[in-house]
Design a binder for this molecule. Structure first.
Ligand SMILES: O=c1[nH]cnc2c1ncn2[C@@H]1O[C@H](COP(=O)(O)OP(=O)(O)O)[C@@H](O)[C@H]1O
Ligand SMILES: [Ca+2]
Length: 494
């Protein structure tokens, strides 16, 4: 048998050259490709590590703001880019959650008050990316409800809320971020919110809009005035909030007239009106005999035998506005001896929010959605159906978050509501909550009196009722927390 010849290494390479080439060439090409490729990290979508305070990471910063209102608690979460534009949180431009009642309903039990915020906190945290939570500030602003309770009780509640945030939250938190907002801050934040969403910040004061925010406990008026008018503003006396605040926004100096009227929010005003009326009330819908509780006081709320009367009820609302009015020591006053700010271009476009919108929406129905034939007939009978908007009853466009109306629309709606007894009103206004029904005439008459007699707005002036303001591809709540978040985000990203 012929023995195989012993091959040398060069011979072997020569014999297997095809295999060697087939293995080494692709390997060489692969290494060359990897060598020339741009050096990107292999992990996916890393959040940039350079982070500034205020939940800032790369180009995003978050802010969580609790609105502890007198009639309910709400949480808003906003996300801003580095130019302070709102960015998406899911499909929306904010997270907004609410629950009732507000903190002041738990005056006797601060722990329960704080616990009422826990579900809102959980929801808010869930939309902030985990790695940003300890950089994201959480603030709580309480408004008229806690202002009414007095310092000791409200401080106990705020302390319980601070403990909740300290122990149950992973957000960035400082004890002095949980406060009772003063009314002028609240009004100023509301003005910033609406003007920001409308894209008016950075423009001359004359191109901004004025705002009225009718809460449950207080109502705020805020609008920008000229520098010259600021110089003429009456100086605040000791203990009074100053009438004008200076705000520097988007490179522009604004002089903002703001006043908050405690006890003149919609729910508080009912108590004021019930106080000035005697036995049979002119505002309570016919057939209702009960009582109204506001704060820790209860008022008799009983209809007169002839039912409600719009004109008498409006007079009572005006009496409540003027009740114990101190002399007007300023050039021109609204009510309560308060300077009216002098008016001007910053007030010519007025955006009117909160309960103004809510009540208007509740007395507006789409025929096809809500009305039975019997109800329709009743509404025609009472002339509820307006020829200018034949597709609906009432005066706003229910499908839109903003509507152009006139103060006179509230008068007209009040006149119609006041004619009804409580049973008929229930059928005519299925959207009005049962516990608000007896007060429907009172609420609408007060809203009209507040605008026309309180703030001296012409009954025929165009005003905008607003709940949300369209911004980008979504709408954002027209409420003060956005103004507060803008302050937080701009101070932490500068
Ligand atoms: O985010 C919001 N969007 C629209 N309306 C709001 C928002 N938050 C509160 N409101 C409105 O504010 C009114 C309640 O006032 P609130 O309870 O805040 O009283 P207060 O401001 O006197 O403390 C309601 O009409 C409610 O719909
Ligand atoms: Ca409010």
């Amino acid at each position: 048998m012929k023995r195989a010849r012993q091959e040398s290494i060069p011979d072997k390479i020569h014999r297997y050259r095809a295999v060697v080439l087939a293995v080494t060439v692709p390997l060489f090409l692969l290494s060359l490709f990897l060598f020339l490729m741009p050096r990107t990290p292999t992990t996916i979508a890393v959040v940039r590590t350079k982070q500034r305070p205020g939940g800032y990471a790369g180009s995003k910063s978050y802010a969580v703001i609790f609105d502890a209102g007198s009639s309910g608690s709400r949480v808003h979460v906003y996300c801003f880019d580095e130019n302070l534009n709102l960015m998406h949180i899911g499909d929306e431009l904010e997270l907004f959650e609410q629950r009732k009642p507000g903190l002041s309903a738990y005056a006797e039990d601060p722990q329960q008050a704080a616990d009422s915020l826990a579900p809102l906190l959980e929801k808010a945290e869930s939309v902030v990316p985990k790695e940003l939570r300890n950089k994201t500030p959480v603030r709580v602003g309480a408004t008229a409800g806690l202002r009414n309770l007095g310092t000791e009780t409200s401080e106990r509640i705020l302390q319980a809320v601070r403990e909740l945030l300290q122990h149950k939250s992973s957000l960035k938190f400082q004890p002095d971020w949980v406060t009772v907002l003063d009314g002028t801050q609240e009004g100023a934040f509301q003005w910033v919110t609406i003007n920001y969403l409308l894209g008016r910040l950075g423009k001359s004061y004359a191109n901004t809009v004025g705002v009225v925010d009718l809460g449950g406990g207080s109502v705020q008026m805020a609008y920008a005035i000229s520098e010259g008018d600021d110089e003429k503003a009456p100086k605040a006396l000791n203990g009074e909030d100053s009438y004008v605040q200076k705000l520097f926004l988007k490179g522009t100096q604004y002089y903002l007239y703001v006043h908050s009227y405690l006890h003149f929010g919609l729910l508080a005003s009912r108590a004021e009106i019930l106080k000035v009326t005697d036995e049979g009330n002119n505002c309570i819908l016919g057939g209702y005999h009960g009582s109204y509780k506001y704060g820790d006081k209860t008022y008799k709320a009983s209809a007169s035998s002839s039912g409600a009367s719009f004109s008498k009820c409006k007079d009572d609302a005006i009496k409540a506005l003027r009740n114990n009015e101190p002399a007007c020591t300023h050039m021109k006053c609204t009510f309560g001896g308060i300077w009216n700010g002098g008016g001007g271009d910053g007030q010519k476009n007025l955006f009117v929010a909160s309960f103004f919108f809510d009540r208007a929406a509740e007395v507006t129905l789409l025929h096809n959605v809500f009305l039975t034939t019997q109800m329709y007939t009743r509404l025609v009978l009472h002339k509820f159906i307006s020829s200018s908007r034949p597709h609906q009853v009432g005066f706003i466009d229910r499908d839109k978050p903003m509507s152009n109306v006139k103060p006179a629309d509230f008068e007209e709606a009040a006149m119609r509501a006041c004619q009804l007894n409580v049973e008929d009103a229930k059928a005519a206004f299925p959207l009005v909550q049962a516990d608000n029904l007896p007060y429907l005439c009172m609420d609408l008459a007060y809203q009209y009196a507040l605008l026309v007699d309180g703030f001296a707005i012409d009954a025929q002036q165009d005003i905008t009722l607003v709940k949300q303001v369209p911004y980008g591809d979504a709408s954002v709540e027209a409420a003060w927390p956005l103004g507060s978040a803008i302050e937080v985000a701009s101070s932490s990203s500068s």
